[in-house]
Design a protein around this ligand. Sequence first.
Ligand SMILES: [Zn+2]
Length: 237
Amino acid sequence: MIWNCKAYPKIRAFLWRTCAQGLASGDNLARRQIPIDSSCRRCGHAFETSDHILLDCPFTRATWFGSNLSFIVPSDELPMLASVLKTWDQIRFPSKKGKAEVLSLFAFICWHLWLACNDLVFNQRVRSPIEVFNRAHQAHFRILQRESSSFSADSPPLGYLKLNCDASYIPSSGSGGFGIVIRNHEGAPIMAYSEPFKASSSLMAEALALRAGMCAILDANLVVFLWNQTAQSWFPS
Ligand SMILES: [Zn+2]
């Protein structure tokens, strides 16, 4: 689920690292015999674990509650990010899109809590919960905006499909590979594959990629309607 979350790759990697207990929190560093104060800089809790930073610290709880998610972190047991994400699919949302957007905002808040923690430790900069969730909201809004604008720019009109094909080429070995993707008007892939090949130039590699894309269209009995030179084409579905 982490890898499908609408967030920057660095944030997805950060969540994965956190669930694998690989975050450089005070507690984790102390366990690796690094001479460091393992307590929380904000509340003095003896063990600054990643789950404490992202869920359990009073500062963090205030951030979650003040955010657009108004999330009240359960206090009956030690909250764990891995458990929250594990049970995510069981939470009911009005729509699939809404569920994805909430998960995305959740990821951004985690990330900004972590940035605020680093700011405190390394720059002695004290941020407020309001600052943290505002920064997370803004970053989340930007990625949603970017996604909707790239969607409208990249998606073909209703009734058309779009072919993208591209190639990579390594001159020293003459080896390369191409990939093709055919998408519908919603931007959803309906066909995609890639193959390795041998070529003698990058131009040849690009040509082979285009050829593979055209063969895929012909094999599927689709007729090219519009073509341009950027290795993209729209055609009637
Ligand atoms: Zn704390």
